[in-house]
Design a protein around this ligand. Structure first.
Ligand code: FAD
Length: 390
């Protein structure tokens, strides 16, 4: 068993680390200042400029196939890159990416939606959640009724990331309520904002914020069905599944940076004539954080490796997502505690991370949904205890 990285992985990680340190981290003070003033940390143009700069370094489309101009990196390498990006709280991500399910588009749709999204000329959002259907996504109610060659969409989506900025939405709606979501009764549609849906910002604990999308008799041409009629729920689950090892990969970067902050602070902050690092109470918080960070790292890399092996990654990805999301919440809480009153101020990014990472236990499958998947896999014998080594 070899736990080391190969030369390619090391080189890519080093380049990304350098890029984040030189080009992204210097923006942190300004991002914090803007967010405190309730402005976006980065404007759309600034994000694009950074992404184009990264493109000149060769970083464009981490997961995008090479025939679409991307890098098509193996999942393990993508995981390493996301960890590096997680070290900064600047809301940066590499450009050249599109939602994985846009590759189910036909050639006209690819020209109109996929390619401009990869280029960053259009912004998408993915909408399945509704006010009465979150974890229970199969219970969605938004209706899609045929009308000649068109479809008429009615209903509401909620908590949609990028919902306020998106030029178009990938929306899952019910075309046949009798068949239900799992029986082929839902369909995914590509719906331009100017077809008539409107969005409303939802204030949250975190910076930025999702939106609700309202569809009131929105007419969508038949050519805008993504994939097949009846394939909506299946595509929705594919979209959600992709993030499950990326989310904890990003959390690892946050954890590494925050734990380093704790070490630095503990060595320089003195109480009762000694650095707080000399107290066992602090040492234990450091040790627990390191152990959990390492445990999460190997779960995450194992999940990514499972993807690269072409095996079914769902069990490993749920395990990594569940543990990684819990780990980063516990770790940030300890690091904030080590910083005492300073940790609670808005001078440091700790309270920001504290709010931000809470989301990780909720979106793209709550903790409880991950537990449901993991236990169901075991109870039904789909995965054996210790089975991944067989
Ligand atoms: C900031 C943010 C961004 C988001 N982005 C998107 C997006 O881009 N697109 C999109 O479609 N959605 C998005 N979501 C929605 C997100 O996926 C849902 O919020 C999530 O799936 C949980 O659904 P819910 O909020 O309806 O909670 P509910 O499903 O109502 O769950 C409430 C509680 O009950 C628990 N629970 C539910 N069922 C069970 C069960 N069977 N057993 C045990 N416990 C259970 C849950 O785990 C949770 O603790 C986003 C949400 C947020 C907050």
């Amino acid at each position: 068993m070899d736990f080391s990285l190969d030369d390619d992985q090391k080189a890519i990680r080093a380049t990304v680390r350098d890029f984040v340190r030189k080009e992204v981290m210097p923006l942190e003070a300004e991002v914090l200042r803007r967010e405190r003033a309730h402005e976006p940390g980065l404007t759309r143009d600034e994000l694009r400029e950074l992404q184009l700069k990264a493109r000149r370094f060769g970083f464009w489309g981490l997961s995008t196939p090479q025939d679409h101009g991307g890098m098509d990196l193996p999942a393990v390498t993508q995981s390493l890159v996301w960890t590096e990006v997680g070290r900064t709280f600047v809301p940066f991500r590499f450009g050249g990416e599109a939602d994985n399910i846009l590759y189910y588009a036909n050639s006209d749709q690819k020209r109109e939606y996929l390619l401009p999204t990869i280029e960053g000329d259009r912004i998408s959002c993915f909408a399945i959640t509704e006010p009465d259907a979150g974890s229970d996504a199969a219970n969605i109610r938004m209706s899609a009724k045929p009308d000649g060659d068109d479809w008429i969409l009615n209903g509401e989506k909620t908590f949609i990331t990028n919902g306020n900025d998106a030029d178009f939405a990938i929306v899952v709606a019910v075309n046949d309520a009798d068949r239900g979501a799992r029986g082929g009764g839902t369909t995914a549609f590509l719906v331009d904002r100017d077809m008539g849906w409107r969005s409303e910002f939802i204030p949250t604990m975190g910076e930025g914020g999702p939106a609700s999308l309202v569809f009131d008799n929105v007419r969508v041409p038949g050519r805008n069905v993504l994939g097949e009629v009846g394939q909506g729920f299946e595509l929705g689950m594919k979209w959600i599944g992709r993030g499950r090892y990326i989310i904890p990969s990003h959390a690892l970067g946050i954890g590494e940076r925050a734990l380093q902050m704790a070490l630095d602070y503990a060595k320089t902050r003195h109480t009762f004539g000694q650095p707080i690092a000399s107290y066992q109470a602090i040492q234990w918080m450091v040790a627990d954080s390191e152990v959990e960070l390492e445990a999460a790292r190997w779960l995450v890399l194992h999940a990514a490796w499972t993807v690269d092996q072409g095996r079914d990654p769902r069990h490993a990805a749920s395990t990594a997502k569940l543990y990684g999301a819990g780990m980063i919440n516990r770790l940030i809480d300890r690091v904030l505690q080590i910083h005492g009153g300073m940790g609670y101020t808005r001078e440091l990014p700790l309270e920001r991370w504290y709010r931000q990472v809470r989301l990780l236990r909720i979106y793209e499958g709550t903790d409880e949904m991950q537990r449901l998947i993991i236990s169901r896999d075991l109870l039904r014998g789909y995965t054996k205890v210790g089975g991944h080594l067989e």
